[in-house]
Structure formats: structure tokens, C-alpha cells
Design a protein around this ligand. Structure first.
Ligand code: A2P
Length: 295
């Protein structure tokens, strides 16, 4: 299937006109220190211009340092970070958490700031009010210009509907677990109906899809790797995938996805994997209590 993008620097447009590079580099589970630093350094060297991190990943310092050391102009980069659950108990706490992320990243602004989860364990009995209050602070951050876009992550339609009751600014992005094993069609449609761009984390199924014979078959036909087929599937599905790796070879490989197209038959085969691998966590029941690893 054809797509408009031809390279890592090609962009899509968010609802507010901000441009977002079509593939982001994921850093979930990349350890602060050499691991995250080298991964981001290699990604920038390979041509990625969109880097995704989060306060709770604990690696903002190394991610920021790699960005700084790259010498790439700030306006050529798109950097996302996320607000952690434990920092949402008040409006002021959100503003402080955001400022702390900027400090760790050594940046004056981020391109995208996301609420990481809709129903933190700490606020399970009052998530509706907490989300409304948090979003008010996110809107303030957006208006200050220190986040060029704001959004949500792991929100299901019912969480979005609830937020919609009080928002003044519609989230520009919803970042969700998304791959052929769990394509979440209802949620994707819901995002589209509100012009919310869908980002796909775990496009390789957090690694769980890398040994599927069906994908291997497709990969062989195209002389590509399984990872490349999965990233291409994400692009052709109109998502912005965020593949993660800590190996330079994989990081480069995952960027080589603009020289082939999947057929309708390939898409059908990939669709048959739905439900066969790890599924997204249920935000209403999953236990997310985790201290933020301040560095
Ligand atoms: P590693 O980080 O050791 O390089 P996802 O992006 O879905 O979260 O998947 C990330 C997982 O997939 C990581 O374990 C990563 O390994 C692995 N991975 C990423 N790219 C490739 C690739 N091209 N080939 C094989 N494994 C890969």
C-alpha cells in the first residue's frame, strides 16, 4: 500500500498544524546511562528526528544529553515526554512535573507532552476529576508555548468522552499499544473522529511478534525483516510507530521501511494475528503504582 512518506524526516500534521515525523524512536525500557544515550545517539545518526521518552522511563537525562551532544538544531527535532501517574494530585504538581522533565532533558520546550495513563491506581475512585484537573494544567502548559502539542496515552473511548466534558483544547495525539496482534480498531476510529493522531507504541509487540511464521513469510517475499514488515504495517495503517531498540544494527534496520509496500493479501495475513499475542493493558484494572526514578 502506498503512503505519502518517503523518509524519516517526512511528517504528518497534528490538528494544530504542528508537524510530526512519521516514525518516532521509542526508549521505553532503555536504561538511563550508556544504554539510552547510545540508542538515541545511533537513532539520530541513522536519521530519526522524533524521539519518545517519559518521566517514568527514568532515562530523560541520558536522552536529553544524547540530543544535546548530537548538535542537531532543536527545530529539526521532535521530542515527546509524558507525565507520570504519581505527579497528578494537583494542578501545581503537574506544572512542576513538566518543568522537572524539561530540566532533566535540558530542553526549553518539548514538541509533545502526554498524560501517560488515564486511570492511575492512586486515583481510581476519582479518575474523572483528576483527568479534568490534569488536562487544565496541560492546557496551561500548551498555552505557555513550552509544549508545542499536548495529548494523552493509553486512553480508551470512555476516558476520552469523559475528558471531552471539560476540555477546551482537544488532545492532538493518543499514544497506544498497537500492532497486528492488537490493532484496537474501535479506539483508532474514535481517535480519527476527533482528529486525534494515533501513535503506536510496541509496534513489534514489545518484541513478541518477531518470531511469527506468518510475518516471516511476508518478510521473505519482500526481502525485508519481520521488524520492517511490522513498522511498514503501522505506517500503512496511518499510525506513527515508535519502534524501540538498543542495538545500532536494529535501529538502522527499522528505518529502512520506505522502499517496499505491503499488498492487500499481506494485510489480510497480518490481520489474522489479532488476539494471538500480548494484548494492551486494561487501564481500569492494571496496577501502575511505581515510584518515579528521580535522577
Ligand atoms: P533491543 O532493544 O534489545 O534492541 P517494540 O518496539 O514493539 O517495543 O519492540 C522492542 C523489542 O524489539 C526490543 O526487545 C528490541 O530489542 C526488539 N527489536 C527492535 N528492533 C528489532 C529488529 N529490527 N530485529 C529484532 N529485534 C528488534
Amino acid at each position: 500500500m502506498k503512503i505519502e512518506a518517503n523518509s524519516l524526516t517526512d511528517t504528518k500534521e497534528l490538528a494544530n498544524g504542528v508537524k510530526i515525523p512519521v516514525i518516532g524512536f521509542g526508549t521505553w525500557q532503555s536504561k538511563n546511562g550508556d544504554e539510552a544515550y547510545d540508542a538515541v545517539k545511533w537513532a539520530l545518526k541513522a536519521g530519526y528526528r522524533h524521539i519518545d521518552t517519559a518521566a517514568t522511563y527514568g532515562n530523560e537525562k541520558s536522552v536529553g544529553l544524547a540530543i544535546k551532544d548530537s548538535g542537531i538544531d532543536r527545530d529539526q527535532l521532535f521530542v515527546t515526554t509524558k507525565l507520570w501517574n504519581s505527579q497528578r494530585d494537583s494542578y501545581d504538581h503537574v506544572l512542576q512535573a513538566f518543568q522537572d522533565s524539561l530540566t532533566r532533558l535540558q530542553l526549553d520546550y518539548v514538541d509533545l507532552y502526554l498524560i501517560h495513563w488515564p486511570v492511575p491506581t492512586e486515583y481510581r475512585d476519582r479518575w474523572q476529576k483528576i483527568n479534568a484537573d490534569t488536562w487544565r494544567a496541560m492546557e496551561e502548559i500548551y498555552r505557555s508555548g513550552k509544549a508545542k502539542a499536548i495529548g494523552i496515552s493509553n486512553f480508551q473511548p470512555k476516558h476520552i468522552q469523559e475528558l471531552q466534558k471539560t476540555w477546551e483544547i482537544t488532545p492532538m495525539v493518543n499514544q497506544i499499544f498497537l500492532n497486528p496482534g492488537d490493532p484496537q480498531p474501535e479506539l483508532v476510529k474514535y481517535n480519527q473522529s476527533l482528529k486525534i493522531l494515533t501513535e503506536a507504541y510496541s509496534p513489534l509487540g514489545t518484541g513478541n511478534l518477531l518470531h511469527q511464521p506468518i510475518i516471516e513469510e511476508i518478510a521473505k517475499e519482500h526481502h525485508k525483516s519481520i521488524a520492517q514488515v511490522l513498522i511498514r504495517w503501522s505506517l500503512e495503517s496511518d499510525f506513527v510507530p515508535l519502534p524501540k531498540s538498543t542495538h545500532e544494527k536494529y535501529i538502522q534496520e527499522n528505518a529502512q521501511v520506505f522502499d517496499f509496500e505491503l499488498t492487500d493479501a499481506d494485510h489480510e495475513k497480518l490481520n489474522s494475528l489479532t488476539g494471538k499475542t500480548a494484548q494492551h493493558e486494561d487501564p481500569d484494572n492494571f496496577d501502575f503504582v511505581k515510584p518515579i526514578p528521580f535522577l
